[in-house]
Design a protein around this ligand. Structure first.
Ligand code: PA5
Length: 435
């Protein structure tokens, strides 16, 4: 059973059934490219069968390491950038309380993230906060050479060694990296850190269902087995070639057709703060996978209703090169009802007794029809609840859909040659030997 559903009713004025059906044969070819390993970037297709390949041994190793870590720390720091942290951050914020760090659960540490920027103030502020905490750290880098996490790790390692001594710090540091290559792997071997391996055939932004995403989520108290069960169900659902039976491919086709009609920017619009980092994860997945060879949808996100009071103007009335994907939570964990006021001074008594969910739903429906009238094609992806099972399905859904959109547009969705350019310039400016 799918905990996700796609509604494309509001695309009807913009796309015809014929246009959709005409793409089935191209979908079949791309699908064969995935399944037969003959498509572009086929060395990096390992993500597609991670859920079915998830073994009890891997689960046990992740869960028992997470348990041991939780027993000795009250703050856990995830050090990584891009695909090495966005998935766990998305999962943790989607599944935890909005204020989990301030409002912690017993035996679940506060979770912080470092190594996603070179900001001195951010890291110095983090060190201030960590000064009176017992800490453990997970440094994650597939290449093992990315500079942002490498510098943050240097700083944190030094701080931890000052606090716990070299041996003590060693027990509190877990490394997630390549099985054999990279500076981080060499360092882990030399210093004897516990290590998780990122499979060779899984790229960074497709790695949320490996220890990259699963270990920090397990430390945060998330049931990773349930998450992987959801992903496994999604693997079955979204491996069918027929557009009638596969919403991930259907979503890919909608995106591709809209892009071909000049709707080059996709806006992922959410109505829940819990989706904030999920949108960031999605933007990286889509942007880095599809934006190449001078092609690709530009993925962006807005958080409604706050952004209806700012970007809403642009969406309603600005340049008509956009389409919207609403990401909607079907049911909140808890319901709050609007109270009645005696004198109705604010005029809201007509809503007394209604839930916030009802108001949120009407704001989505209102925005969706207004934007459609404003010539913005939009569709809606609904997720049933904030459970690990549903989230596992959603991670896999988007991976499959984005990879398919890339194939439909003729690009390799698994490489990222463009991101090397700034690095070369930066290394030269920093005086790195050889640049
Ligand atoms: O998707 C990708 O490959 C990238 O976004 C990487 O995840 C990111 O650059 C971090 O790389 P690494 O894990 O090698 O430090």
């Amino acid at each position: 059973m799918s905990n996700l559903s796609l509604d494309s009713e509001n695309l009807k004025p913009f796309l015809t059934d014929q246009e959709v059906n005409d793409l089935q044969s191209q979908i079949n070819l791309c699908h064969d490219g995935f399944e037969g390993g003959t498509g572009k970037g086929s060395d990096y297709l390992g993500w597609s069968c991670l859920p079915s390949g998830f073994s009890d041994t891997v689960a046990t190793e992740i869960i028992s390491t997470a348990d041991s870590i939780r027993n000795i720390c009250d703050a856990f720091i995830v050090v990584g950038i891009g695909g090495s942290y966005l998935g766990s951050r998305a999962g943790i914020s989607y599944l935890s309380s909005s204020f989990s760090n301030q409002f912690g659960r017993e035996s679940v540490p506060e979770i912080y993230f470092a190594g996603q920027n070179f900001s001195s103030d951010y890291h110095a502020d983090l060190f201030d906060l960590l000064a009176d905490r017992d800490i453990c750290l997970n440094v994650i880098s597939k290449s093992g050479t990315t500079m942002e996490p490498a510098i943050a790790f240097r700083l944190l390692k030094e701080m931890m060694e000052d606090k716990y001594g070299t041996e003590g710090a060693r027990d509190r540091i877990i490394v997630t990296t390549d099985s054999s290559r990279g500076a981080l792997k060499s360092l882990a071997d030399e210093l004897g850190y516990r290590t998780f391996v990122i499979p060779d055939d899984v790229g960074g932004r497709y790695s949320v269902l490996t220890p990259v995403g699963l270990f920090p989520m397990a430390v945060a108290g998330i049931d990773i087995k349930e998450l992987m069960e959801g992903a496994c169900q999604a693997e079955i659902l979204y491996k069918k070639p027929s557009l009638d039976q596969n919403d991930a491919y259907y979503y890919a086709v909608m995106r591709h057709l809209l892009y071909q009609k000049g709707k080059t920017n996709e806006i992922l619009a959410t109505f829940q703060p819990a989706f904030h980092y999920l949108a960031d994860w999605w933007k990286q997945l889509a942007g880095e996978s599809e934006g190449k060879d001078l092609k690709g949808i530009f993925p962006s996100s807005v958080e409604f209703t706050p952004d209806l009071h700012s970007m809403g103007q642009w969406i309603q009335d600005g340049k008509r090169n956009i389409f919207e994907t609403f990401l909607i939570l079907e049911s909140s964990r808890r319901q709050l009802k609007i109270p009645a006021f005696k004198n109705d001074a604010d005029g809201l008594n007509y809503l007394a007794g209604e839930t916030l969910d009802t108001v949120n739903e009407k704001s989505w429906l209102g925005a969706a029809s207004a934007h459609k009238e404003g010539d913005v094609p939009n569709m809606t992806l609904k997720i049933k609840d904030r459970s690990p099972y549903s989230l596992g399905q959603m991670f896999y859904f988007f991976e499959r859909a984005v990879a398919m959109t890339g194939y439909l547009n003729g690009v390799n969705p698994f490489d990222q040659p463009g991101v090397e350019f700034y690095k070369k310039n930066m290394f030269k400016l920093l005086g790195k030997p050889g640049f």
